[in-house]
Ligand binder design. Structure first.
Ligand code: SF4
Length: 198
């Protein structure tokens, strides 16, 4: 099912550009010491949909953009499968700097970077937040297991936003059967998006 949304500009707003500039150069945690580029996020603030992954990998670090490697290509496939594209959503990660050797982000790094993520959420004000992987899911749905909740929308009592947990697209690169799971979850996402925009 395709989710149809009014076409929007992919240009950053001055406020979003300013926030990206503030993130660029942050030294709140040790991850800043190894970066080639900070990876604040990409997309438009004029969207109902924010997508949050884990952290930049090698390609993202080199280009300063999120999800530009192999898992990013599959994210594009997932978006396209429901009639969306990168310039109609906003994409970021829980940490904006690449963890060395692509290790998982540490709790203290996620905590240090949380103020940036909160500022992005406040500015974009999405109706739905799609979490990719367990680290971004844990911020919004602590204590749950991704295998039990993926593809199931939860409304957050504190602000009414819908949290839509999904596996990280990278899992489909290592386990081909997860490709179908993610595609099915995005089909469910399209249904939720249609409901909130009607
Ligand atoms: S990961 Fe976040 S908190 Fe840590 S240095 Fe980078 S931008 Fe700052």
């Amino acid at each position: 099912m395709a989710y149809c949304q009014t076409a929007v500009s992919s240009d950053d707003s001055p406020l979003l550009s300013d926030l990206h500039r503030q993130i660029d150069g942050c030294t709140r945690c040790a991850l800043s010491t190894g970066v080639t580029h900070y990876v604040p996020g990409m997309g438009t603030e004029k969207t109902d949909i924010m997508i949050i992954g884990e952290g930049p990998g090698k390609n993202e670090d080199l280009k300063g953009l999120p999800f530009v490697g192999a898992s990013g290509k599959f994210l594009d496939v997932l978006l396209d499968s429901i009639g969306l594209s990168r310039d109609r959503v906003y994409i970021t990660n829980v940490v904006k700097c690449r963890p060395p050797e692509n290790r998982d982000p540490k709790e203290e790094e996620i905590l240090a970077c949380n103020a940036w993520l909160e500022a992005q959420i406040l500015l974009i004000n999405p109706k739905i937040i799609v979490t990719l992987g367990r680290f971004s899911m844990a911020k919004f749905l602590p204590g749950v297991t991704i295998s039990k909740v993926h593809g199931q929308p939860k409304r957050r009592a504190s602000d009414g936003r819908i949290i839509f947990p999904c596996y990280h697209p990278a899992v489909a690169l290592y386990n081909g059967s997860m490709r179908a799971v993610l595609l099915e979850d995005f089909t469910r996402l399209a249904t939720v998006l249609s409901q909130i925009s009607s």
